[in-house]
Structure formats: structure tokens, C-alpha cells
Design a protein around this ligand. Structure first.
Ligand code: PLP
Length: 215
């Protein structure tokens, strides 16, 4: 049951850590069950799926985007989301900035750090992130923190090392006093407990809430 899963997760997740319900590939009917159980933050990873679901869900849902985003799909995503967690190229960052300026919006974004997961080449290196943050401020966006996806492995020592790496970078930037930089999005169904021990401020959980993805 979705409401029971949510209850269990809420009891285990400390206050101050946001639970992001990853609803990709799950039908709206199941998302509404989560909504009725009090869930308000939902995340999608495909532009068309997000755009199709938005009008079917209540207006107070806070949408996050967590998938690969091509710049020709911005119009399907940016009008609806309060955060793009998966910014993985300078090209995309600049395109979101241009959209924000043109539409009088400031879009909250996270920079995705590549965490050695072989199956995804997505994400910046540490050096790239530091250089983006050191360069001129972009209008129309606010860089709120970092996102990372650990390797898909049962070896928790590997995941621990990867979370360690992103936590260190996050704390280094945060302690430099960068304004508004306060979000660390790490942890999925398989590793969110470990992510919380590494200072996650957001965990992105799909399977543990909704069960296996349906399509
Ligand atoms: C699918 C996805 C998740 C959730 O994965 P689960 O294992 O189902 O919890 C989290 N983050 C990202 C970026 C995803 O694509």
C-alpha cells in the first residue's frame, strides 16, 4: 500500500530531509493515492510524461525534474517545475538561464555530479562544478546545490565512497558562503539511509513508495 509505504518512510526520514516521490512510469491513479496520503513533492524524468501528468494532478503539487533534459524540451518542463535537479551540462544551464530571463522566472537548479556509476555518463566533474560556480553569475537561475546518483551496486562500500565524495564537495561549496546553496539530493530506494548519513537534504524514492515501475 502506497499510504503505508509513505508512513514508514516518513517515520524513518529525519525532519529537514525532503522526501521526493519519484513517480516516473507510474500512472496518475497511483500518484493520487500518494497525494491523498499527504505527499506533495513528485519527480519525473521524461518531459512528455511530466507535461501529460501535470494537468491531471492537483495544483499544489511541487514538481521536480530529475532526468536528462534536452534544450529543445525546456518548454515542456520549465513552466511546471519548481526545481530541475539534473543539470548536467553548461549548455543546459545556459539554456535554462535564458528561458528564466525570457519568462521572468528564477529557476531553482541542482548541478549533477557524475558519481562513477558506469551506466550513466551523466553529470559534471568536481572541477567543472567549481569552475561553473566561480564564473559569472547567470540570471534566471539559482543554483541551490548538488544532485548525485550512486552506482547501481549491492556493494555499499562503493556507494559510501561516492556519497562521501559528493558530500565533501557540497560542504566545501556551502562553507564558502555561497548564497542559497543548501540542497544535497542523494539517495534512492536502495541507498537512502546511507544518503541521510551523508547529509542528504532530499531523498528521491520511487520503488519503495510505488513498487516496481509499471511501464
Ligand atoms: C528513478 C530515479 C530515482 C528513484 O529510483 P528508485 O530506485 O525507484 O527509488 C531516483 N533518482 C533518479 C535520478 C531516478 O532516475
Amino acid at each position: 500500500m502506497i499510504s503505508e509505504s509513505l508512513e514508514r518512510l516518513r517515520a524513518a526520514i529525519p525532519e529537514g530531509v525532503a522526501l521526493v516521490a519519484v513517480s516516473k512510469f507510474h500512472p496518475v491513479e497511483r500518484m493520487l493515492q500518494a497525494y491523498d496520503a499527504g505527499q506533495r513533492i513528485f519527480a519525473e524524468s521524461r518531459p512528455q510524461e511530466l507535461a501529460a501528468k501535470v494537468p491531471k494532478m492537483p495544483g499544489d503539487v511541487q514538481w521536480h525534474f530529475i532526468g536528462h533534459l534536452q534544450t529543445n524540451k525546456l518548454k515542456l518542463v520549465l513552466p511546471y517545475v519548481c526545481m530541475v535537479q539534473s543539470v548536467d551540462s553548461l549548455h543546459l544551464l545556459e539554456a535554462i538561464s535564458a528561458w528564466g530571463k525570457a519568462n521572468g522566472r528564477t529557476v531553482d537548479v541542482l548541478l549533477e555530479l557524475h558519481l562513477g556509476a558506469e551506466e550513466t555518463k551523466q553529470g559534471f566533474t568536481e572541477e567543472e562544478i567549481l569552475s561553473i560556480l566561480a564564473s559569472e553569475k547567470l540570471d534566471g537561475i539559482r543554483i541551490r546545490g548538488l544532485m548525485g546518483m550512486a552506482s547501481n551496486t549491492d556493494d555499499m562500500a562503493v556507494v559510501d565512497g561516492e556519497f562521501d565524495r559528493i558530500e565533501s564537495l557540497f560542504l566545501k561549496i556551502k562553507s564558502s558562503g555561497r548564497e542559497g546553496f543548501d540542497q544535497l539530493s542523494i539517495g534512492m530506494s536502495s541507498d537512502w539511509q546511507l544518503a541521510i548519513r551523508h547529509g542528504a537534504t532530499m531523498v528521491r524514492i520511487g520503488t519503495d513508495i510505488f513498487g516496481p515501475r509499471e511501464y
